[in-house]
Write a protein that binds this ligand. Structure first.
Ligand SMILES: [Zn+2]
Length: 66
């Protein structure tokens, strides 16, 4: 099965579908989103400074905790 990352639109070869965000976000983006969410929660960065395409996911991570 092939999916596209909903952030960067790269192809995902989904094997681990039980990760965060299911199989809709590639691992590279998940890592970046996690990093951004950590910065936001440490007040190093404001949510509105996060690139728009990541904001939605950063919000999810921030809400659920890392
Ligand atoms: Zn991606």
């Amino acid at each position: 099965m092939e999916n596209k990352c909903s952030v960067c639109e790269c192809r995902i070869r989904a094997k681990n579908t039980k990760r965060k965000f299911g199989s809709s976000v590639c691992q590279k983006c998940v890592r970046l989103i996690t990093k951004l969410a950590a910065r936001v929660s440490d007040n190093e960065m404001k949510l509105e400074d996060v690139p728009l395409k990541y904001q939605y996911y950063v919000k999810i991570v921030s809400k659920e905790g890392l």
